[in-house]
Ligand binder design. Sequence first.
Ligand SMILES: Cc1cc2nc3c(=O)[nH]c(=O)nc-3n(C[C@H](O)[C@H](O)[C@H](O)COP(=O)(O)O)c2cc1C
Length: 405
Amino acid sequence: MSTSDGPLSGRHIVLGVTGSIACYKALDITSQLVQAGAVVDIAMTASATKFVTPLTFRSLTAREPYVDMWHPHGEFGEAHVELARRADLMLIAPATASAMARLAHGLADDFVSLTALATEAPLLLAPAMDSQMWSHAATQFNRALLEERGAQFIGPAEGRLASGRTGAGRLVEPRAIVDEVRARLGRERGDLRGRTIIVSAGGTREAIDPVRFVGNHSSGKMGRAIAEAARDRGASVVLVTTVAGDAPSAVRVVSVDSADDMSAAIHERVGKADALIMAAAVADYRPADAAQQKIKRGEVGDISIDLVENEDIIAGVSEPNLVKVAFAAETQDLIANAQKKLASKGAKLIVANDVTATDAGFGTDTNRITILDTDGGREDVPLMTKYECAMRILDRVAELLPRAD
Ligand SMILES: Cc1cc2nc3c(=O)[nH]c(=O)nc-3n(C[C@H](O)[C@H](O)[C@H](O)COP(=O)(O)O)c2cc1C
């Protein structure tokens, strides 16, 4: 994917950097925002420049950082006002205790607080400081005041701090901060804002005994990409997955193991959903009786396992107005099999993929899919990233959702 069509393409983000030991992570955040296609302007406090240089940010953004409000910036007369006006979102990461205090009380004596006061864009703060500073009554008072005014906090996380202490105060990991930025921008103006979408992902594991299972090769990457894309378009996403460790941030994750678990998790939540996208590879069969203890070699000789059919989860969900999207992973007669499934599952769409291809299907970062609909329509989507495929699927889902008014 080129930067021009990344998930943040066309978005202008002002990243405020204040003087914390975690400033070096702001470089990673900047790089990730730029790679996601955003135009990123950096505003720095004088303290921040003691930790990292404006030059490093300039190299990453190809734009001159804003540091000294008295030094005329090449581009604008009143740089902070113009910067504040152009921002789709302002992120301050890391945010020091001192910066939080200045923002809470409306001070505007450095480029970061000045721009934050002048902007009407959503303000996200990712604090980083020692745990004592974070838990101090003054900092907590400032946090509450800022939240009351609509600022959104990301973290801080718990963990080992630069001081050697362990506690709350760590900057949230750059990937999760960037995910929050994407989610927040989606909620501001994405076409799926206000919608709830359940996505299932990964291959289910059907227990043979407490240590073994019948499984499949699904990596969960397609479902993960759909969850990410739906979040970026503003949806509230519930990701029901067997690979929760790989889940994106800013989505609700429900970790499951077997087809039965997945079914229960979906049935419990589907009443409030607008769409159900079943990208998971749900086992068609499970062992009839899972052994209570580990089956040991040599004790029983050869064994055979009786399999019983699992519930067809998507076929069993029949909420009115729910847009159901099924998946068909096939090794032969792809389209004919997918068409049969579309009818039997009561889905509005089915996404077919040939899992024998080496560049598509299980485990890859790319996919080649065909989307079939109930009117006999067929859309062949050529090889592209799973995120891009997810966007194509969601374009179709968005058309099928009843109007939101
Ligand atoms: C080595 C060092 C590390 C610091 N790390 C932090 C930090 O992680 N968080 C914080 O709130 N302040 C930290 N401070 C204190 C701030 O840099 C100080 O309060 C400064 O005035 C903040 O300025 P600013 O908010 O304008 O960037 C640190 C100071 C030093 C000398």
